[in-house]
Design a protein. Structure first.
Length: 212
């Protein structure tokens, strides 16, 4: 499966330094963000080889009519060098004709979550402790508090962004449109796709991959 590489912080194409490292014209040397040209089960297995040891979370079970529209990894070209993972699902609700949810797990300093959420800081800061968490989800077998962040590059109704810490990594959930965040609740479950069995073979794929 062919994978496309771009900058995790802005989505730009990458060049190389004289030493052969991947580099973005705006952000300098970066770890590449890999995405498949076509999203299917084969693409998912290729991405999972690159996300290790980072978990790849997916809301589960998917509701009727929902599908996995995008997957990606930030890491080197070899297994075991992953620093971030991302999945995106698309579907619809009675209130919103089209909804997308993006889940990112990443090491500090990567910047993929902030890019997707439309916030300025690469890593969240004091806003995570200034107030009580907005919501809690279940990931990695435990409750994970998430705080709402204010996107800086969109109208407030366009998307809602949440972030917290799970297993020493940032956990981001970005929902479009913002009103669809009402779908999230304290019993909302995120499952690590890496540990899935036969149900992964029946996972529905398709839909708009969205912009990065």
């Amino acid at each position: 499966m062919e994978l496309e590489a771009s900058c995790p912080r802005c989505g730009s194409s990458l060049g190389t330094t004289d030493q052969g490292a991947a580099a973005c014209a705006l952000h300098g040397v970066v770890v590449p963000f890999w995405r498949p040209a076509v999203v299917d089960y084969e693409a998912l297995t290729d991405i999972l080889r690159l996300t290790d040891p980072v978990p790849t979370y997916l809301p589960w079970p998917l509701g009727p009519g929902w599908s996995v529209s995008d997957v990606g990894a930030v890491g080197g070209a070899t297994p075991g060098s992953g620093v971030a993972s991302v999945t995106r699902i698309v579907g619809s609700t009675a209130l919103d004709s089209s909804v997308e949810m993006t889940v990112i797990s990443e090491d500090p300093g990567v910047g993929l979550g902030a890019h997707c959420a439309g916030v300025a800081a690469v890593d969240p800061g004091a806003e995570l402790t200034a107030d009580a968490p907005t919501i809690k989800v279940r990931a990695g077998g435990r409750a994970v508090p998430l705080w709402a962040l204010e996107p800086v590059d969109d109208a407030p109704l366009t998307r809602a962004a949440f972030v917290g810490e799970a297993e020493g990594r940032w956990l981001w959930v970005v929902v479009r449109p913002a009103a669809a965040a009402l779908l999230m609740s304290d019993d909302w479950l995120l499952v690590d796709v890496t540990g899935m069995g036969p149900e992964a073979l029946e996972m529905p794929f398709g839909g708009d991959r969205g912009e990065w």
